[in-house]
Every structure is written in C-alpha cells, then in structure tokens.
Design a protein around this ligand. Structure first.
Ligand code: NI
Length: 175
C-alpha cells in the first residue's frame, strides 16, 4: 500500500501509448497491488480518475472515482472503478464543452470539447468483459482517462488557449 508519484506534463511517459494487458497479467498479484496503490493515490489526490501512465506504468489501466450525478439516471456513478484495456465509443453526434483539470497538470484548467455520451467496453479487475454507458461529466472523465492511454492530454483537445487558466482564476472568473 503506497501513494504513487504522479508524472507531470513534460515527462515523456505521459506521451507514450500504453500497451494492453494480457489475461495472465490481469490475474497476477502484482497487478492487484498496482490497482490498490492507484486507487489510494487517486483518493489521496482527490481526483476523478487516474491512468497508469500517470504513475509511470505504460499499461492500459485506468481507475476512476466518479460520484453519481443526476445527469445520468441510468449511470449510478463508479466508485473505485477499475478499467483494463478500455475502449471508448461515442454514442450519437452530440458534443459539449466543459472545463477539465488533470493530476498531471496541477493547478491548471482548460476548456475542452467532448462527446456528450459514450459507451466504454473494458475488462474489470477479474478479466470479465464489461460495458458502461455515461453522459456529461462521467462521459468526459472516461474520455479524459482513456486519452491518457493514447499519450494524449486535455491540453491537446483545447481549441482556445485563452481558456487555459489557473484553478483560482477559473473559480473567480469562469465559474
Ligand atoms: Ni488527467
């Protein structure tokens, strides 16, 4: 059990595509301990999601802590969620804009455009194939975390750098 060091923007690990896990790796004890540490690190940092490359591990593994919200009556939230080899597919054409932050880009926020609704196919920590559908903030969290597995950060999704702000200024001027 330990809090892991989070890689910050500029570290090459955040820009390398992560590789999928094999089924025998999912069953391995080492993975269970990595998942445990990632969940603990996410909780310690009060984040919504954390991808393995953010803790210097180039594997397609994401943990999320998404509170239930009323925008998604059919999505009850995903607390201590673990997604292995996740694949995101947009549902419909609709997009929306929201302000995002990232544990690898501390103290900064930016406005990005995301698909309004997505389906995510993934393996759970036992290797079972699962599917979840989400809208709004929850959909954005999945897209943000799965972007990390492709070496992409939210700043790459920004089309207006004037909407790049420190958290304090965001709270004062943009909320
Ligand atoms: Ni992030």
């Amino acid at each position: 059990m330990s809090i892991l060091k989070i890689a910050r923007m500029g570290h090459p690990v955040l820009r390398q595509p992560a590789r999928p896990l094999e089924s025998e790796e999912i069953a391995a004890e080492g993975l269970a301990s990595l998942i445990h540490d990632m969940l603990e690190t996410l909780q310690d940092a009060s984040g919504l999601g954390l991808a393995a490359p953010q803790v210097h591990v180039g594997l397609q593994l994401v943990v999320v802590n998404i509170p239930p919200g009323n925008e998604n009556p059919e999505f009850a939230g995903m607390e201590n969620g673990v997604l292995v080899n996740p694949v995101v597919t947009p549902i419909g054409e609709e997009k929306f804009r929201l302000w995002e932050g990232c544990l690898s880009i501390p103290d900064l926020m930016g406005e990005v455009q995301r698909h309004a609704a997505v389906r995510v196919d993934y393996l759970d920590r036992t290797g079972r194939l699962c599917t979840v559908e989400a809208k709004g903030l929850a959909a954005a969290v999945f897209q943000h975390e799965i972007d990390h597995l492709d070496g992409r950060l939210f700043v790459d999704r920004m089309d207006d750098t004037r909407k790049f702000s420190f958290v304090k200024e965001y709270a004062r001027h943009h909320m």
